[in-house]
Design a protein around this ligand. Sequence first.
Ligand code: KIV
Length: 265
Amino acid sequence: MTSRITVPIFRDAKARGEKLAVLTAYDFPSAQLLDASGVDAILVGDSAGTTVMGRANTLGVTMDEMVHHTRCVSAAASRALVIADMPFLSYQVSPQEAVRNAGRLVAEGGAQAVKLEGPPEIFGETIRAILNASIPVMGHLGLTPQSIHAMGGYKVQGRDAASRKKILQAAKGLDRIGCFGIVLECVPEDLAAEVTAAVSCPIIGIGAGAACDGQVLVMYDILGWGFTKFTKTFADVKGAMAGAFKDYVGEVKAGTFPGKEQTFQ
Ligand code: KIV
């Protein structure tokens, strides 16, 4: 059996010059396949709100929902690092609430680390409090979906000089505080390259180009449900599932399923 990827192993991949592959998952069977695939980490993203709960955005995802999905994924993962997203309002109110909620994702959900969105000038104290509780923290900068209303929608970030400077400074700040990695979402590739070179922790890009230390994508986006520029369909699982469901309905209607092989005599 391959040994478990821990937070220090994940963090030190940058110094070893190894690229990190991360995917999201929300349930047991998908997490089993991801774990066996060799991904370095499984992110239980609050993208669960849009991908598996059918909501318009991630803002309504609750702590109880995140604990539930994290528990399903943790039950399947024996090798990959499990990182759980802290949902909207679980860490913005106070550092104390943030520590309690991060603790729930670890103690009840079985996660090894948590991820939260935003810069150190706003969340530095909160991140320190979570780290002081011995819970590793991954940062998230660039396009931060929990701030879509403030950002005016899902838009590429870091296009102008001021915004580039802010993202670069924020990444350096999160690195200094002790985040073991930072997700950098939807920024121009030259900015991602600059940030990646400027910090010691791994930068995990999503829509941020190839210079990052690793990549993360939403699992469904690589299986045929994706539509953004930065994703790629690695297999048309959506098409295969749609075909299987249609075939099943057709066979039941035609009376050809179940056959002799599926029937007790
Ligand atoms: O919620 C999520 O899935 C994420 C990734 C897309 C980075 O934060």
